[in-house]
Design a protein around this ligand. Sequence first.
Ligand SMILES: CC(C)(COP(=O)(O)OP(=O)(O)OC[C@H]1O[C@@H](n2cnc3c(N)ncnc32)[C@H](O)[C@@H]1OP(=O)(O)O)[C@@H](O)C(=O)NCCC(=O)NCCS
Length: 329
Amino acid sequence: MNNLRPVGIIGTGKYVPEKILTNSDLEKMVDTNDEWIVSRTGIKERHIAAPDQATSDLAYEAAIRALESAGMTGSDLDLIIVATITPDSSFPSTACILQDKLGAKGAAAFDLSAACSGFVYGLATATSFIQSGMYNNALVIGADCLSRITDYTDRNTCVLFGDGAGAVVVGEVPQGRGFKAFDLGAEGAGGSLLQIEGGGSRLPASAETVENKKHYIYMNGREVFKFAVRVMGTATIEVLRKAGMDRTDVDLFVPHQANVRIIQSAMQRLELPEEKVVVNVDKYANTSAASIPLALVEAAEEGRMKAGDTVLMVGFGGGLTWGASVLVW
Ligand SMILES: CC(C)(COP(=O)(O)OP(=O)(O)OC[C@H]1O[C@@H](n2cnc3c(N)ncnc32)[C@H](O)[C@@H]1OP(=O)(O)O)[C@@H](O)C(=O)NCCC(=O)NCCS
């Protein structure tokens, strides 16, 4: 990748809906308690979209902030990628809805389905398009309204998820900066460990699928946990190898925010000190595709990276999938 046009992040923005659902709110809804949730996951609260907000509305708010920080408007974009598993509807894509709202006339627009790894998949896709010379400025958004597909009577899952959106503008950067390597992968054989069965062409929506709760997230938590711990380590090591770096080169580690215990296991394996790791799962819970950009953008807003710092993002999720990137900020 080093001989190609340097491509990196030139604008950032984030948005979370106003309403906060705390652990004590959840205690009134299911048989759970704050102590269990905090000790098993690190989550204290999560943001929930208002009834009239869909994923494109969250994505739009993050997008206009990212464009503003890049000093651009929608008309400067030639590609929009929205990573999401909760599109406004099956089609048109959420990216097309945004293309219209942002006035990005003529820009290519599509949604990308790689669950919680979707944002890193989106970054890799945009970077490849720009390096090839096909496009110049891409908007990559991770946005999800997991509250819309969460069963709030199931304590195994409902404590884990929240809503939000993070956006970045991807474009050409000075030599030496930008993305140095990506490592994307999948293990489709594990797909049934984390899924929504109903509503697609295999099991179309019906009164029966609704009654049997086939439109909610199903998760085998223990198996997903094992997968997550494994790939957080392997993907990180592999992407550093591809970039010709090692763990001591990492200035800021931006992991998918699913569970603080999963993040801690990666920190231990990579021997990373706390100050080099972004953790905001306590405030937002797992927001799927929005999780990594929310963490990245928040870190940028807090001034946690300076030009030339090496930022490592890594995520895992449904598919099963994983994605990691090394970026020189
Ligand atoms: C879901 C998860 C937090 C559960 O933590 P855990 O330590 O593995 O807990 P266990 O699965 O061993 O469950 C322990 C007990 O707590 C119970 N429990 C589950 N959710 C609970 C809740 N919200 N409150 C109280 N008790 C709960 C279980 O019913 C189980 O009880 P049992 O032993 O009587 O059956 C953990 O497995 C996890 O984070 N998995 C990965 C999830 C993930 O990252 N998903 C998204 C991927 S993108």
